[in-house]
Design a protein around this ligand. Structure first.
Ligand code: SF4
Length: 370
C-alpha cells in the first residue's frame, strides 16, 4: 500500500544542526503553501493510501483550522485504508491541546514530538525553539487529546555528552511513556552553524567509539524498558512500530508532496524543487525524475533492508529481481557471515548486534556487487 508524505517546510526558527529544507519565520506563507500542496495532491486524486505522514519542518505550526482543513482535504482526495496510520510531526513549542484535538478528529492517529533533548541547556545549544517545560505541556496535550500512539525524537552523541547524561535522558524519556522512541546521533553538516563550529574546533563531536557506546547504551536501556528495536535508530513498544517508515525501508511506493519532497512511485523517483517561491508558483514542482534501474533497486533493497532488525526478505528479493540471492551476493555474504556481522534466519538476512556497528561497511560491500 502506498505511503503519502506531506511536507510542511516552516519552522519557528532554524535549529543549529538542521540541513533539512525548512524555512524559519516564514509561516505567514502557510495559506498559499497549503493551496500549492493541494494543487499538487490533485494529480494523485483517488490513489489508495496505507499511511499518511505530515512531516517537516513543523506541521504543528499550522493553526487548528489549517489542520482541520488539510485533514479533510486528504480524506477527500485519497482513498485511505480503513486502518490507515496517520502521523503528524510536532514541535513542543507549537503544540496545543486544541490543535491535537483538531488533528485527532481529522483522522491523525499518531503524533511524533521533536523533543531532541530534555535539558534546557542542550536545547539552547541545538538552537531548538522549545524548552523542557514546553515539552512537558506538549506531552500532556498529546495524551489528554487521546492519542494512544506517539513518538519522542531524541538526539544523542552530542559534543561533551557523557554516557551518564545520555542514560538519564533516556530514563526521563521513558518516564513520559511514549509508545515509540527514535534516537539519532547528531550529524553536523558543514553548512550548518554547528558544522561550522565543529570545523573551527569550537566543538568536538564524539569519536566513533564514544558514539557506539552511546548507541549500545540506548539499545540496552530501551530494551530493558520493553521497547523493541526494529530499525537502527527506532524503538517501539510491541505493535507500535511506525508503518510509514517501514514502508520506506522496505522500498514500498510513496508519494511525497510539497517543497523538496521525494516520491518513489510506480518505479520512478521524483524530487520536487527545494525553492519555496518556485513551489508556490510552478504548475509542476518536479525538479528531477529518475527511472530506477534494477541495480538501483537492488542496492536500495539491501541497504535499507539491513537497517531493519528483521533484515532483507530473501524470497521477495529473488522474486522481484529473478536472481539467486546467495549466488549473486556470494562474496559479500560469505565475508560478513564469517566476521559474525550477518545472520540468516526464517528467510531474512540481517545484521547481528555486532554487525549493526558496521552497517554502512557491510552495505557498501553488497553495493560493490553489480
Ligand atoms: S524543527 Fe526540525 S526541520 Fe525545523 S529547523 Fe529544527 S531540525 Fe530543522
Amino acid at each position: 500500500m502506498t505511503g503519502l508524505y506531506l511536507h510542511i517546510p516552516f519552522c519557528a526558527q532554524k535549529c543549529a544542526y538542521c540541513d533539512f529544507v525548512s524555512y524559519g519565520g516564514r509561516e505567514s506563507l502557510l495559506p498559499s503553501y497549503l493551496s500549492a500542496l493541494k494543487r499538487e495532491a490533485e494529480t494523485y486524486r483517488g490513489e489508495k493510501i496505507g499511511t499518511v505522514f505530515f512531516g517537516g519542518g513543523t506541521p504543528s505550526l499550522m493553526s487548528e483550522k489549517q489542520i482541520e482543513d488539510l485533514c479533510a482535504f486528504v480524506r477527500d482526495c485519497f482513498d485511505l485504508a480503513p486502518d490507515v496510520e496517520w502521523t503528524m510531526e510536532a514541535n513542543p513549542a507549537s503544540v496545543t491541546k486544541e490543535k491535537m484535538l483538531a488533528a485527532l478528529s481529522g483522522g491523525v492517529n499518531r503524533v511524533s514530538l521533536g523533543a531532541q533533548s530534555l535539558s534546557d541547556d542542550v536545547l539552547a545549544f541545538l538552537g531548538r525553539a522549545h524548552t523542557r517545560a514546553q515539552l512537558e505541556t506538549a506531552v500532556e496535550a498529546v495524551k489528554t487529546a487521546g492519542f494512544d500512539k506517539w513518538n519522542l525524537d531524541l538526539i544523542t552523541a552530542l559534543p561533551g555528552q557523557t554516557a551518564e547524561a545520555w542514560g538519564n535522558t533516556l530514563k526521563e524519556a521513558i518516564a513520559f511513556a511514549p509508545t515509540h522512541i527514535s534516537c539519532y546521533s547528531l550529524i553536523c553538516d558543514p553548512q550548518t552553524p554547528l558544522g561550522r563550529m565543529a570545523a573551527k574546533g569550537e566543538i568536538v563531536l564524539p569519536d566513533d567509539e564514544q558514539e557506539r557506546a552511546m548507541v549500545h547504551l540506548t539499545e540496552q536501556t530501551l530494551a530493558r524498558a520493553g521497547y523493541e528495536q526494529y530499525e537502527i535508530s527506532n524503538f517501539a513498544l510491541p505493535g507500535h512500530a511506525c508503518r510509514h517508515n517501514i514502508n520506506y525501508w522496505e522500498c514500498g511506493d510513496y508519494i511525497g508532496l510539497g517543497c523538496a519532497a521525494h516520491s518513489l512511485f510506480r518505479g520512478a523517483r521524483k524530487r520536487n524543487t527545494p525553492s519555496l517561491p518556485r513551489y508556490l508558483t510552478a504548475a509542476d514542482p518536479t525538479e528531477e525524475t529518475q527511472t530506477l534501474s534494477d541495480r538501483d533497486k537492488r542496492e536500495e533493497r539491501v541497504f535499507l533492508g539491513l537497517r531493519m532488525n528483521r533484515g532483507v526478505d530473501i524470497a521477495r528479493f529473488e522474486r522481484d529481481f529473478a536472481l539467486d540471492f546467495h549466488a549473486f551476493y556470494a562474496s559479500a555474504l560469505q565475508t560478513n557471515l564469517d566476521r559474525g556481522f550477518l545472520e540468516e534466519a526464517e528467510g531474512f538476512l540481517r545484521l547481528t548486534a555486532r554487525g549493526r556497528d558496521f552497517c554502512d561497511t557491510v552495505a557498501a560491500e553488497f553495493m560493490e556487487t553489480a
